[in-house]
Write a protein that binds this ligand. Structure first.
Ligand SMILES: C[S@@+](CC[C@H](N)C(=O)[O-])C[C@H]1O[C@@H](n2cnc3c(N)ncnc32)[C@H](O)[C@@H]1O
Length: 222
Protein backbone atom coordinates (compact mmCIF):
# COMPACT_ATOMS: atom_id res chain seq x y z
CA UNK A 1 0.00 0.00 0.00
CA UNK A 2 1.32 3.45 -0.95
CA UNK A 3 2.41 5.54 1.99
CA UNK A 4 2.31 9.26 2.29
CA UNK A 5 5.09 10.70 4.46
CA UNK A 6 3.75 13.36 6.83
CA UNK A 7 6.85 15.19 7.89
CA UNK A 8 7.21 17.56 10.82
CA UNK A 9 9.86 20.13 9.93
CA UNK A 10 10.15 21.85 13.30
CA UNK A 11 9.66 25.51 14.14
CA UNK A 12 11.42 26.81 11.02
CA UNK A 13 15.17 27.01 11.55
CA UNK A 14 17.12 24.45 9.51
CA UNK A 15 19.09 23.22 12.51
CA UNK A 16 15.86 21.99 14.08
CA UNK A 17 15.04 19.70 11.19
CA UNK A 18 15.61 16.06 12.14
CA UNK A 19 17.73 13.77 9.95
CA UNK A 20 14.61 11.61 9.48
CA UNK A 21 12.69 14.61 8.11
CA UNK A 22 15.54 15.54 5.77
CA UNK A 23 15.69 11.97 4.46
CA UNK A 24 11.92 11.70 3.92
CA UNK A 25 11.91 14.94 1.93
CA UNK A 26 14.97 13.95 -0.11
CA UNK A 27 13.29 10.66 -1.06
CA UNK A 28 10.02 12.30 -2.12
CA UNK A 29 9.01 12.91 -5.75
CA UNK A 30 6.30 15.34 -4.69
CA UNK A 31 6.34 17.90 -1.87
CA UNK A 32 3.12 19.25 -0.41
CA UNK A 33 3.22 22.04 2.15
CA UNK A 34 2.69 25.62 3.16
CA UNK A 35 4.98 28.32 1.79
CA UNK A 36 6.99 28.70 4.99
CA UNK A 37 7.74 24.97 5.26
CA UNK A 38 8.44 24.61 1.53
CA UNK A 39 10.98 27.43 1.77
CA UNK A 40 13.17 25.13 3.86
CA UNK A 41 13.59 22.88 0.82
CA UNK A 42 13.75 25.44 -1.97
CA UNK A 43 16.38 23.50 -3.98
CA UNK A 44 14.35 20.28 -3.96
CA UNK A 45 13.67 18.90 -7.45
CA UNK A 46 10.26 17.41 -8.27
CA UNK A 47 6.67 18.51 -8.09
CA UNK A 48 5.42 21.01 -5.51
CA UNK A 49 1.87 21.61 -4.28
CA UNK A 50 1.46 24.72 -2.12
CA UNK A 51 -1.21 24.58 0.57
CA UNK A 52 -3.29 27.75 0.89
CA UNK A 53 -7.01 27.38 1.61
CA UNK A 54 -7.16 24.48 -0.86
CA UNK A 55 -7.21 21.39 1.34
CA UNK A 56 -9.83 19.49 -0.68
CA UNK A 57 -7.79 20.11 -3.82
CA UNK A 58 -4.71 18.89 -1.94
CA UNK A 59 -6.44 15.57 -1.16
CA UNK A 60 -7.37 15.06 -4.82
CA UNK A 61 -3.84 15.99 -5.89
CA UNK A 62 -2.35 13.40 -3.50
CA UNK A 63 -4.85 10.67 -4.48
CA UNK A 64 -4.05 11.13 -8.17
CA UNK A 65 -0.34 10.64 -7.57
CA UNK A 66 0.11 8.42 -4.52
CA UNK A 67 0.25 5.06 -6.35
CA UNK A 68 3.00 6.20 -8.71
CA UNK A 69 5.01 8.72 -6.73
CA UNK A 70 6.48 9.19 -3.28
CA UNK A 71 4.64 12.01 -1.60
CA UNK A 72 5.79 14.01 1.42
CA UNK A 73 3.39 16.38 3.11
CA UNK A 74 5.50 18.73 5.16
CA UNK A 75 4.13 20.52 8.19
CA UNK A 76 5.54 23.14 10.54
CA UNK A 77 6.43 21.93 14.01
CA UNK A 78 4.91 18.51 14.64
CA UNK A 79 2.11 17.46 12.26
CA UNK A 80 0.01 16.23 15.19
CA UNK A 81 0.01 19.50 17.12
CA UNK A 82 -2.74 21.63 15.56
CA UNK A 83 -1.29 20.52 12.23
CA UNK A 84 -2.25 18.84 8.95
CA UNK A 85 -2.35 15.32 10.42
CA UNK A 86 -5.89 15.62 11.75
CA UNK A 87 -7.20 16.60 8.32
CA UNK A 88 -5.22 13.87 6.52
CA UNK A 89 -6.64 11.25 8.92
CA UNK A 90 -10.14 12.10 7.69
CA UNK A 91 -9.10 11.02 4.20
CA UNK A 92 -6.41 8.38 4.66
CA UNK A 93 -5.99 5.41 7.00
CA UNK A 94 -3.13 5.17 9.50
CA UNK A 95 -1.65 2.43 7.29
CA UNK A 96 -1.40 4.93 4.44
CA UNK A 97 0.45 7.51 6.50
CA UNK A 98 3.99 7.49 7.77
CA UNK A 99 4.27 10.30 10.28
CA UNK A 100 7.72 11.70 11.01
CA UNK A 101 7.58 13.77 14.18
CA UNK A 102 9.05 17.25 14.35
CA UNK A 103 9.89 19.68 17.14
CA UNK A 104 6.70 21.57 17.90
CA UNK A 105 6.68 25.32 18.52
CA UNK A 106 5.13 24.38 21.89
CA UNK A 107 8.10 22.21 22.80
CA UNK A 108 10.55 24.76 21.51
CA UNK A 109 9.01 27.68 23.43
CA UNK A 110 8.93 25.69 26.68
CA UNK A 111 12.53 24.64 26.14
CA UNK A 112 13.54 28.27 25.64
CA UNK A 113 11.84 29.18 28.92
CA UNK A 114 13.20 26.09 30.68
CA UNK A 115 9.70 25.01 31.74
CA UNK A 116 8.26 21.50 31.48
CA UNK A 117 5.27 21.05 29.20
CA UNK A 118 3.72 17.69 30.23
CA UNK A 119 1.45 19.71 32.52
CA UNK A 120 0.66 22.49 30.04
CA UNK A 121 -2.70 22.91 28.33
CA UNK A 122 -2.34 23.91 24.68
CA UNK A 123 -4.93 26.02 22.86
CA UNK A 124 -5.06 27.57 19.43
CA UNK A 125 -6.84 30.81 18.71
CA UNK A 126 -6.86 30.35 14.91
CA UNK A 127 -10.44 30.83 13.84
CA UNK A 128 -11.69 29.85 17.28
CA UNK A 129 -13.99 31.49 19.77
CA UNK A 130 -11.89 33.53 22.21
CA UNK A 131 -14.08 32.56 25.17
CA UNK A 132 -12.31 29.19 24.98
CA UNK A 133 -9.02 31.03 25.45
CA UNK A 134 -10.32 32.92 28.49
CA UNK A 135 -11.83 29.79 30.07
CA UNK A 136 -8.69 27.76 29.48
CA UNK A 137 -6.35 30.36 30.94
CA UNK A 138 -8.67 30.94 33.92
CA UNK A 139 -8.75 27.24 34.74
CA UNK A 140 -5.10 26.29 34.26
CA UNK A 141 -1.79 27.41 35.71
CA UNK A 142 0.24 26.69 32.56
CA UNK A 143 -1.21 27.39 29.13
CA UNK A 144 0.49 27.58 25.74
CA UNK A 145 -1.43 29.59 23.16
CA UNK A 146 -0.80 29.18 19.42
CA UNK A 147 -1.70 32.44 17.73
CA UNK A 148 -1.34 34.06 14.36
CA UNK A 149 -0.36 37.39 12.83
CA UNK A 150 -3.96 38.57 12.74
CA UNK A 151 -4.14 38.30 16.52
CA UNK A 152 -1.51 40.56 18.09
CA UNK A 153 -0.60 39.66 21.69
CA UNK A 154 -2.22 42.81 23.20
CA UNK A 155 -5.54 41.82 21.61
CA UNK A 156 -5.47 38.37 23.21
CA UNK A 157 -4.27 39.85 26.51
CA UNK A 158 -7.25 42.24 26.45
CA UNK A 159 -9.59 39.24 26.13
CA UNK A 160 -8.02 37.87 29.33
CA UNK A 161 -8.16 41.20 31.18
CA UNK A 162 -11.84 41.53 30.25
CA UNK A 163 -12.38 38.06 31.73
CA UNK A 164 -10.84 39.21 35.02
CA UNK A 165 -7.21 38.07 34.65
CA UNK A 166 -4.37 40.52 34.88
CA UNK A 167 -1.57 39.23 37.10
CA UNK A 168 -0.50 36.08 35.31
CA UNK A 169 2.78 36.21 33.39
CA UNK A 170 2.69 35.97 29.61
CA UNK A 171 5.82 35.09 27.68
CA UNK A 172 5.43 36.15 24.09
CA UNK A 173 7.68 33.90 22.01
CA UNK A 174 7.93 35.01 18.39
CA UNK A 175 9.68 33.69 15.27
CA UNK A 176 11.13 30.82 17.24
CA UNK A 177 14.33 29.30 15.86
CA UNK A 178 14.71 32.08 13.27
CA UNK A 179 17.38 34.82 13.51
CA UNK A 180 14.55 37.24 14.44
CA UNK A 181 13.50 35.11 17.43
CA UNK A 182 12.20 37.27 20.29
CA UNK A 183 10.96 36.28 23.74
CA UNK A 184 9.55 38.86 26.13
CA UNK A 185 7.78 38.63 29.50
CA UNK A 186 4.77 40.75 30.53
CA UNK A 187 2.01 40.68 33.07
CA UNK A 188 -1.28 40.16 31.22
CA UNK A 189 -2.30 43.71 32.17
CA UNK A 190 0.92 45.26 30.83
CA UNK A 191 0.62 43.24 27.65
CA UNK A 192 -2.95 44.43 27.08
CA UNK A 193 -1.71 48.02 27.40
CA UNK A 194 1.31 47.51 25.17
CA UNK A 195 1.17 49.94 22.27
CA UNK A 196 4.19 48.86 20.22
CA UNK A 197 4.00 47.87 16.60
CA UNK A 198 3.38 44.10 16.24
CA UNK A 199 5.16 42.87 13.13
CA UNK A 200 5.79 39.20 13.89
CA UNK A 201 4.18 36.46 11.82
CA UNK A 202 4.25 33.55 14.22
CA UNK A 203 4.15 33.45 17.95
CA UNK A 204 3.17 31.33 20.88
CA UNK A 205 2.29 32.73 24.26
CA UNK A 206 3.17 30.78 27.40
CA UNK A 207 0.99 31.91 30.31
CA UNK A 208 2.01 30.97 33.83
CA UNK A 209 0.55 31.62 37.28
CA UNK A 210 3.79 32.99 38.63
CA UNK A 211 5.98 36.07 38.75
CA UNK A 212 8.13 36.69 35.66
CA UNK A 213 11.40 34.82 35.93
CA UNK A 214 14.75 35.99 34.64
CA UNK A 215 14.70 34.79 31.08
CA UNK A 216 17.42 32.44 29.97
CA UNK A 217 19.55 34.12 27.31
CA UNK A 218 17.11 33.95 24.43
CA UNK A 219 18.71 36.37 22.06
CA UNK A 220 16.56 39.29 20.92
CA UNK A 221 14.35 41.19 23.34
CA UNK A 222 12.29 44.33 22.96
C1 LIG B 1 -1.18 25.81 12.32
S1 LIG B 1 -0.28 25.96 13.81
C2 LIG B 1 0.87 24.66 13.59
C3 LIG B 1 1.63 24.30 14.83
C4 LIG B 1 2.72 23.29 14.55
N1 LIG B 1 2.17 22.04 14.09
C5 LIG B 1 3.62 23.05 15.74
O1 LIG B 1 3.71 21.92 16.23
O2 LIG B 1 4.30 24.02 16.15
C6 LIG B 1 0.68 27.40 13.49
C7 LIG B 1 1.02 28.12 14.76
O3 LIG B 1 2.15 27.51 15.38
C8 LIG B 1 2.92 28.50 16.04
N2 LIG B 1 4.26 28.52 15.44
C9 LIG B 1 4.71 27.75 14.44
N3 LIG B 1 6.00 28.03 14.17
C10 LIG B 1 6.38 29.01 15.02
C11 LIG B 1 7.59 29.72 15.25
N4 LIG B 1 8.69 29.48 14.53
N5 LIG B 1 7.61 30.65 16.21
C12 LIG B 1 6.53 30.90 16.96
N6 LIG B 1 5.35 30.26 16.80
C13 LIG B 1 5.27 29.32 15.84
C14 LIG B 1 2.20 29.83 15.84
O4 LIG B 1 1.32 30.00 16.92
C15 LIG B 1 1.45 29.55 14.55
O5 LIG B 1 0.37 30.43 14.39
Amino acid sequence: MAKIAVVGVGPGGKEHLTPAAIRAVAEADVLVGGERSLALFSGQPGEIFTIKNNLQEMIEYIRERMDEKKIAVIASGDPGMYGILQYLRRHFTPAQLQVIPGISSVQYACARLAVSWHDAVVVSTHGRDRTVLAETVAGNSKVVVLAGPEEPPPVLASVLVNAGMKDKTAYVCAELSYPAEEINAFTILDLARWEGQWDKRNYVMVILDEQPMDLPDTGNKR
